[in-house]
Design a protein around this ligand. Sequence first.
Ligand code: HEC
Length: 154
Amino acid sequence: MRTSFFATPGGLRLHVLIMVIALLVIAPGQAFADGLAPLTDQPGNPAEGERLVRDTSRASCLICHTISTLDEKDQGEIGPNLDGVADRWTEAELRLRIVDARQLNPDTMMPPYFSLVGLYKVAEAYQGQTIYSAQEVEDVVAFLMTLITDEAVE
Ligand code: HEC
C-alpha cells in the first residue's frame, strides 16, 4: 500500500508530504499549537477554496459546519459554526486544523485532510492519497481567511 504512495509522481508534492508526515510523527501533540507554515509556494486561491468547501463529493466541510454566507440548506452542526473563523484563528492555526485536527484533539471527528498517518479502513482506490493536495489545503485556508466578522482583525 505504502509502495504505491512512494511511487506517486510529482516530486515537490511528495517531498512536502513526506516532510509533513515526518513532522507529525516525530513531534505529535501540542508542538504544533501555533500552526503550520504554508505547504506550497503558490498562495491559496480563495475562490477555489470556496468551491472545495462546498464540494459534496470531497468530504464537504458543510456536512459538519455552517457558513451562513453560503446558501446551502441543512448545513452541519457537528463542528463549530465557521462564521468569522478568521477572527478567531491565524492562517497558520487554520492550516493546522485542515491538515490534521487530531494534532489538537486526538478524538476529533474532523477528517485529516492532508495526512496519511493512522488512517484505517481506507478504500483501496484512495490508499496512499491525502484527501486534499497541498495546494487544495492552501486554497481552503485562503477561503477561510475571508470569513471575517470583526473589523478589528490584525
Ligand atoms: C465529520 C465532521 C467534520 C468535517 C467533515 C469537517 N470538520 Fe471541521 N471540525 C469538526 C469538529 C467536531 C470541530 C471542533 C474541534 C474538534 O473537535 O476538533 C472542527 C473544527 C474546525 C475548525 C476550528 C473551528 C473553531 O472555531 O475552533 C475549522 C476552521 C474547521 N473545522 C474547518 C473545517 C473545514 C474547512 C472542513 C472541510 C475541509 C472541515 N472543517 C470538515 C468537524 C468536522
